[in-house]
Design a protein around this ligand. Structure first.
Ligand SMILES: C[S@@+](CC[C@H](N)C(=O)[O-])C[C@H]1O[C@@H](n2cnc3c(N)ncnc32)[C@H](O)[C@@H]1O
Length: 338
């Protein structure tokens, strides 16, 4: 069956990767029929409404998913498409309360326009009552206007869809994790929305172990823990982890009732990582020092290379064949992911 996904029109390059990751996570076969970076509307083939609901249930880049009842470049073609596609479905919705809304992307409609557009679907003759609060069925006419089209005198959108709402996403949690409301942040704390999208793309989930080697104030581990993962983090700067006056990395987990998702944190230089190599982590999500506000620091001597100093038994770095270097590049992360 065909569905219409209503994305947000920001973080465009992350939208499809997030949805594809969520389809993989839920084991949902999904075929993308149409998608463009310039539009928030994407059409998909999915097995059924339950799959559509599951697909969206933890998305951040999408707002809602609709069963697609018709589409077209003009209202007459939209109505033709609605009649051709959805007529067989009407009987099962008879007697149910319903509501129609209009979602105009890059456009606006007057109240009179909205009433007229909604009334133009009266031929569907649903017998149930109109209910503005908690209706059984929600229909939406989605208009895709070209950028600035109305300002340049256009009165017609470039594409139209009619959808029956099937599921909504988790976008409301972006506000909950907003850095403005977080008790412990720094100048380089990762934006909450991007951290949540990243955790989705990385498949953070219950039973999975995630690690951030540049943890700072913990935005990524918090996002991973939100989706049920057990999250660990380390940073070369212990002050970032410890914070001050009770405001610290651990407290950020507590603020969102995510204490069980906090694995632990420790101080370490990634270029001399104390972790053993091996495939025991389910995911590494991080925001490497990018050199503008937060440059890379490494442990070592300015003039001469000295090996790291360890307490206790030899770590894997000291084993033959392991090169400890002061040089560092993201290729180290890439190589570790292979
Ligand atoms: C861009 S910030 C990460 C911010 C973090 N994502 C947050 O939300 O607060 C980069 C972090 O990398 C740390 N860092 C720099 N060099 C490092 C190294 N060699 N090993 C581990 N951490 C390092 C810095 O101390 C800093 O906290």
């Amino acid at each position: 069956m065909e569905y219409l996904l209503r994305f947000i029109q920001t973080h465009e390059t992350f939208r499809l990767p997030e949805i594809q990751a969520l389809a993989d996570l839920e084991g949902i076969p999904m075929e993308v029929i149409s998608y463009s970076l310039d539009s928030p509307f994407c059409t998909l083939k999915l097995p059924d409404d339950d799959s559509a609901r599951s697909l969206l249930s933890r998305s951040i880049t999408a707002k809602a998913i609709y069963a697609l009842w018709g589409s077209g470049p003009t209202y007459p073609t939209l109505h033709e498409s609605v009649l051709a596609t959805s007529t067989p479905w009407w009987p099962q919705f008879q007697g149910q309360s319903f509501k129609f809304t209009i979602d105009s992307f890059q456009g606006s409609r007057t109240h009179a326009d909205i009433c007229e557009l909604i009334n133009s679907f009266a031929y569907m003759s649903f017998t149930g009552p109109v209910a503005l609060k908690n209706p059984d069925m929600r229909f939406c006419v989605l208009e895709d206007w070209a950028f600035d089209a109305q300002a340049h005198g256009s009165s017609t959108p470039q594409h139209l869809y009619l959808g029956r709402l099937v599921g909504t996403s988790q976008r409301e949690i972006v506000g909950k994790y907003d850095l403005k409301k977080r008790r412990y942040i720094s100048t380089t704390s990762m934006d909450a929305e991007l951290a949540l999208i990243t955790a989705n793309i990385a498949l953070a989930r219950p039973g999975a172990i995630f690690y951030d080697p540049f943890v700072g104030t913990g935005s990524f581990p918090v996002a991973c823990a939100h989706f049920g993962a057990l999250a660990f983090g380390s940073d070369i700067d212990g002050r970032a982890i410890r914070g001050k006056g009770g405001r610290n990395l651990r407290a950020n987990f507590a603020q969102y009732d995510l204490a069980p998702g906090f694995g632990d944190s420790f101080v370490a230089d990634l270029t001399n990582s104390p972790l053993r190599p091996g495939r025991y982590l389910d995911g590494i999500v991080c925001d490497p020092p990018y050199g503008v506000r937060e440059g890379l620091k490494v442990l070592g001597h300015r003039e001469k290379r000295v090996g790291p100093v360890y307490d206790g038994p030899d770590a894997h770095h000291l084993q033959p064949g392991r090169v400890v270097s002061r040089g560092w590049a993201t290729s180290i992360l890439d190589a570790d992911c292979e």
